[in-house]
Design a protein around this ligand. Structure first.
Ligand code: NAD
Length: 446
């Protein structure tokens, strides 16, 4: 029996996956999700869900990931509300047909680009920001006039259960939530959707894309990878270390755009290591295990994967852990070799390797020899370095001076390139992702 939560505004009703998809297709077919007023109503309902059920979600996120209430508000609930409010404020303007120039020989005629809803979209979310990454794509899907199936992660059962119980209660007939693991996702992927929006790892991304190909369904793949930080001589290393530590150890390192590793250029490594130790202390005190804002590793499997990486390099700070509590201290490793296990796959946990490279050329070569990262960060005072990184590397985003920041700016596209994914969302980019840009021509019959 597929665990699928309901279709009515009252008690959840068990429903199998094909029935749910058929229901959503029928709801889309009535045309009711197309008018702007309906889109705004549904966004208002989503807003009500987030504001009325804040504490329920905060409790669930604490149970799943040890997130503090403030942290859950900032990076999950409040984040999604910002995305939603920005969308509500602009959606009418974004949906307005855009006039296109009509070449002289075809005049008189009008040409416009219209953003048409796609139909039924599937949103598959991961566990690291389990609320934000399920509901913030949904904001775009609803604003673009679609119905949606949301598949939250099985690794965060409390948050997923809260979404499954509450989302249909607020949004009624135009959404369905499918809980479950691989069998349920596999069953979902057999259905025909009009768009699949997947956030997670590249291995499953390939499975999603192969399944989508059978129905010629377009996909957005929000993947991860190793996001480097380049630190150049001349950068203020105290500020640099504070900002790297904040971005890295947020959510215990389980953030897709967290700095994965540092490339310390020239002789910066020794001083940077000292400043990183000070920064970790400033953020989490003598005992990060007791710090209010320090999270826990999502599962024992991920905990074991991470602790197996602790032997690489020299431990500058951290390294302590407690499996029963899924606690791993904020850890900085120095003198790490590029061939070390910690440098092979995305770390996705609170371990920060520092590698030394002789110069910027070597840093750029290092980055370009690997998959295109989801984000590239650099701390430098050199305009030439900024220009070279912008022109000579490719990444989903490029931030100078502050990791992770771009994620919270709804006017910026968010997405990867190459191995870090395809497609983009947030704000107006979500509307384009969940719409078809239709060319409409109107030539008078005279
Ligand atoms: P996960 O294990 O929760 O998987 C994500 C989804 O895929 C889940 O809903 C799960 O049920 C489904 N799934 C898992 N195995 C499957 C299979 N064999 N077939 C079909 N579906 C399957 O999350 P994860 O992948 O561990 O998430 C972490 C990854 O996500 C990291 O690589 C991280 O960088 C990336 N990520 C990217 C972004 C982004 O916005 N680009 C955001 C967060 C996380």
């Amino acid at each position: 029996m597929t665990a699928l939560s309901g279709s009515s505004a009252h008690a959840p009703v068990a429903e199998d996956i094909p029935t749910a998809v058929a229901r959503l297709r029928a709801a889309f077919g009535t045309g009711r999700t197309r008018p702007l007023a309906d889109r705004l109503d549904r966004l208002a309902a989503l807003r009500a869900l987030l504001t009325e059920q804040t504490e329920v979600f905060q409790e669930a996120l604490r149970a799943d990931l040890g997130k503090s209430a403030a942290e859950s508000y900032r990076s999950e609930i409040g984040f999604t509300l910002n995305e939603l409010d920005h969308t509500v404020a602009h959606v009418e303007e974004w949906l307005r047909p855009r006039p296109a120039a009509v070449p002289e020989p075809f005049r008189p005629a009008e040409a416009t680009v219209v953003r048409d809803p796609l139909g039924v979209v599937l949103i598959i979310a991961p566990w690291n920001y389990p609320l934000q990454l399920a509901l913030s794509p949904l904001v775009g899907a609803l604003a673009a006039g679609n119905t949606a199936v949301v598949k939250p992660s099985e690794l965060t059962p409390a948050t997923s259960a809260a979404i499954a119980e509450l989302l249909p209660r607020y949004l009624g007939e135009t959404v369905a939530v499918v809980e479950g693991a691989v069998p349920e996702t596999t069953a979902l992927l057999e259905q025909r959707f009009d768009h699949i929006f997947y956030t997670g790892n590249g291995t499953v991304g390939r499975i999603v894309m192969a399944a989508a190909a059978r129905h010629l369904t377009p996909v957005t793949l929000e993947l991860g990878g190793k996001s480097p930080v380049v630190v150049e001589p001349g950068a203020d290393l105290a500020v640099t270390a504070r900002r790297i530590a904040r971005g890295k150890f947020l959510n215990a390192g389980q953030t897709c755009v967290a700095p994965d590793y540092v490339l310390a250029v020239g002789d910066t490594a020794a001083e940077l290591e000292k400043e990183l130790v000070a920064a970790v202390h400033e953020l989490y005190g003598d005992d990060p295990a007791g710090a209010e804002h320090y999270g826990r590793i999502v599962s024992e499997r991920h905990f074991d994967r991470l602790t197996a990486l602790l032997g690489d390099g020299r431990t500058v700070t951290g390294g302590t852990h407690d499996r029963a509590a899924r606690y791993l201290a904020p850890t900085v490793l120095a003198d790490v070799e590029p061939t070390a296990p910690v440098m092979q796959d995305e770390i996705f946990g609170p371990i920060l390797p520092v590698l030394t490279v002789p110069d910027l050329d070597a840093a750029i070569a290092f980055i370009n020899e690997r998959d295109k990262p989801l984000a590239l960060y650099a701390f430098t005072e050199s305009a030439q370095t900024k220009r070279r990184l912008a022109e000579e590397t490719s990444s989903g985003a490029l931030n100078f001076g502050l990791p992770v920041l771009h994620l919270a700016m709804p006017e910026l596209p968010f997405g990867g390139v190459g191995g870090s994914g395809m497609g983009r969302y947030h704000g107006e980019y979500s509307i384009d992702t969940f719409s078809h840009l239709k060319a409409v021509v109107d030539k008078p019959l005279v």
